[in-house]
Write a protein that binds this ligand. Sequence first.
Ligand code: SF4
Length: 416
Amino acid sequence: MADGKAPQRKTIQATGQMMKIMSDYFYDLNDAAKSPDRKVAWCTSVGPAELLRAMGFAVHFPENHAAMLGATRMATELIPEANTIGYSPDICSYLTADIGAYLKGVSPLAKAYPGIEAPPRPDVLVYNTNQCRDVQDWFSWYARELGVPCIGITSPKNHTDVTDILIDDVTRQIEGLIPPLEQIAGEKLDLQRLCETVALSRECTELWRQVLETAATAPAPLTFFDGTIHMGPAVVLRGTPQAVDYYRQLLGELQQRIAEHVGAVEGEKHRIYWEGMPVWGRLRQHSELFAGLQASVVVSTYCSSWIFPDFDALDPIRSMAKAYLGLFIVRSDAYKERYIKTMLEKFQIDGIIYHDAKTCPCNSNSRYGMPQRLERETGIPSLVISGDLNDLRCVSDEQTRTNVEAFIEQLEEKRC
Ligand code: SF4
C-alpha cells in the first residue's frame, strides 16, 4: 500500500462453524471408508451428488481434495509425480496434483485432521463431463489403480439453451446409473429419499445464491476470496441439512453487515468481477493485494457455479439433468457473455479480471476474444492475468501485482 498501512479485510465470524461442519464431514467420510456397512462414492464437483447421497453413499469430491492441495501449496511439488506416469504438465493441475499426492502417499487431510491418513477408498467413481474431459480421465486412472468401477455421464457441451432434447439425454444417462449403483450400494433407490435430498440441495443452492448476492450491495459484505472458502459446504455437503443450516447462519451475518454498512474491504472504491478459477496457493496474497488497493472483488463466475436454480424435488432426476446442463462452464460463449453482462450490471462492476489458468482451458474464457467483445459492448475495462489454479510454476507474483496495480490505477483515472 502506498501509505504503508496493512490492508483491512473483515473476518467472517461464521468461519468457525464452517470449519466444524467440514471437519465432521471429513471424519464421517473416513469412518465410512473403514466401516464394512457403508459405501463410499467419489463424485465430480458438479456430478450427480444427490443421487449418490440418496442411495446412502458417503460422497468424496476429489476436486475439493485437489483444491486443498493447492491452498496448502502442496500441489506444485506433487504434479511432477503424475507427469512421470504420463499425465502432461499441461492438463488439469487438480488431476495431476491429486494423482501425485496418491502416488506420494500424502494428503492435506492428514495435516488438518488428526487420525485421517488419506482420502477415503472408493467403492465406485462417478463423473459428469459437463465441466471437462479431464475428470473422466482422472477417475479412470483411479478405477484402474484401485480396481473399482467408474461410471458417469457424458454431457452435451457448448449449448446456448438447455433444450428438452439435451435434458432427455442426460436424464436417461442419470437413470442408467441407478442399476449399477444399486448393485454396489446393495439397496434399491428410495425415490422419496431422492426427492428429500434434491429439496435440500435446492435449499442449499438458494441460500448460497442469497449469500453471494449480498455482495451486490455497496460496500460488499463479502468478496470472491471469502466465497472460495465458504463455498465448501455447497460443494461437498449439498443435499444435507448441515449445509442449509450453515448458509442460514452465514446469510444472517452478511445481512447484519449490510444493515451496518460494513464492507469486507475497508473503504471499497472499485468493484471487480473475477472470471475464472482462483489461484488456490495465492488466495491470501490476492485478497490482500486487492484490499490494499481498495478494490473489492465482489463476484465471480466460479463461486456462482454452485447455484442450481433448476433443482425440483417434484421431478428429481430430470431437474438434476437440467441443473447440471445449465452450468456456466458447459454453455456457449453467447450464453456466457449474456450471463456476465447481467452480473456486471447487478453487481455494479467497474472492471473485470480474467484468470487465464494454464491447465484449465474450460475455466479460462479469455482465449477467444471474450474480453474484447464484452469491453466493446459494456465499456467496462478488463485485465487478463496468467496463472494457474494449482501449479504455482505458472504464476508470476510480480507480474500479477504490477498488472493489477496498473489496472486499478486505470479504473481510478476513469472515475475522475
Ligand atoms: S474444470 Fe478445469 S480445474 Fe476443473 S477438473 Fe476440469 S480441467 Fe480441472
